[in-house]
Design a protein around this ligand. Structure first.
Ligand SMILES: C[S@@+](CC[C@H](N)C(=O)[O-])C[C@H]1O[C@@H](n2cnc3c(N)ncnc32)[C@H](O)[C@@H]1O
Length: 343
């Protein structure tokens, strides 16, 4: 009985999220001016019904893992209801600026490397055409809504698929003695899910953006179990073999190829010999060839300078070059969750 109730609660919460963000998506499409189609060839794309069924399958897989006791059902990570609504309003107020960028009207707001704050040039861009790139409080407040609208409410569940390989790896370990790092933690959604599932883990979130780290602290709250630090994925401020677990979500595709390789090598370097790395990011070409067209279209409609390069490569092959061995891999709707151990 309790389990039926839990399942219903889980289903109701996830359905409400998907409906909320799908509503934003539909409203947003009406507000954005249509863009010309890309001038390059585009692979096959799925129907909306196929995508909805695939997303439903992802929630079902998560529920099965919860029912088997691998990790607890997620509790809502939303800010208070008033703030939640304010963020939706902010999202819609910002859309005209996003649209102007999509149509090339607000170019050059963040010239790479010219503002003298030590941030790398590749980083100073309006990724996703979002206002202020990664560089302001306003951007940090908008980010979660933007990402959930893009994925019609499935961003958090894709991130949470990292919990499955972690749960399997944790079975023979005591969480209280383990130290984990989230590389490019952004607003802290994955960190918060890890903290909910295993409150004994000592977690560190690292990101180049101070405003995103402030937002992550607000989401997670004050706890000595979760530290947040400013730093770069390609130069992790940890000694060799210092960490038991390293995770990262939706960072890899934002990095130029050489930086991405360095970031993976850094993850391998800071990992203990029996540690685990889990990367959540976009699926890549050949992970689900019938959907390859989505990967072709994404960087055209959303400013993603390194995405085409990322999806044409293989995360598994790059990780192998960095000294990591594949532990498990799962396509999770539009993402891939790949876990690795150290060679
Ligand atoms: C697409 S967001 C992903 C954030 C978060 N992990 C998530 O799941 O939503 C990319 C994040 O990576 C950060 N970032 C980008 N390049 C970085 C780098 N070289 N080192 C550390 N963080 C970086 C950005 O500031 C941003 O917060």
């Amino acid at each position: 009985m309790a389990s039926t109730l839990n399942r219903l609660t889980y289903a109701a919460r996830q359905t409400a999220r998907v409906a909320w963000y799908a509503g934003h998506y539909a409203a947003g499409r009406r507000l954005l001016k249509p863009m010309p189609k890309p001038a390059y060839p585009v692979g096959p794309t799925p129907s909306r019904a196929e995508m909805t069924a695939d997303m439903r399958g992802l929630f079902e897989r998560e529920w099965q893992d919860i029912a088997q006791g691998l990790f607890p059902a997620p509790r809502p990570l939303a800010p208070d209801p008033a703030e939640f609504l304010r963020r939706s309003l902010l999202y819609f107020r910002d859309l005209p600026q996003v649209d102007a960028r999509r149509h090339g009207k607000l170019d050059g707001e963040l010239p790479p490397g010219q503002q003298g704050d030590g941030l790398p040039g590749y980083y100073r861009q309006n990724f996703h055409f979002q206002s202020d790139g990664w560089l302001s409080d306003q951007s940090a407040r908008l980010y979660d809504t933007q990402v959930e609208v893009l994925f019609t409410g499935a961003a958090d569940v894709m991130r949470r698929r990292a919990l499955k390989p972690i749960a399997e790896w944790l079975q023979s370990r005591n969480q209280r003695s383990l130290k984990a790092l989230d590389v490019g933690c952004g607003t802290g959604r994955l960190l918060a899910s890890l903290h909910q599932a295993w409150p004994g883990l000592r977690l560190v979130g690292l990101d180049l953006s101070p405003p995103y780290l402030v937002e992550a602290r607000r989401l997670i709250g004050r706890t000595a179990r979760v530290k947040l630090i400013e730093g770069a994925a390609e130069a992790l401020p940890f000694d060799d073999g210092n960490l038991d677990l390293v995770v990262s979500s939706f960072l890899m595709h934002e990095l130029p190829s050489a930086v991405r390789s360095r970031a993976l090598s850094e993850m391998a370097r800071v990992l203990k010999p029996d540690g685990l790395v889990v990367v959540v990011d976009s699926m890549q070409k050949s992970d689900h060839p019938a959907w390859d067209g989505l990967l072709d279209l994404f960087p055209h409609y959303f400013h993603e300078p390194y995405y085409a390069d990322y999806v044409s490569g293989s995360l598994e092959a790059s990780a192998k070059e960095a000294g990591l061995t594949l532990f498990s891999s799962e396509r999770a709707f539009l993402s891939k969750v790949a876990a690795f151990t150290k060679n």
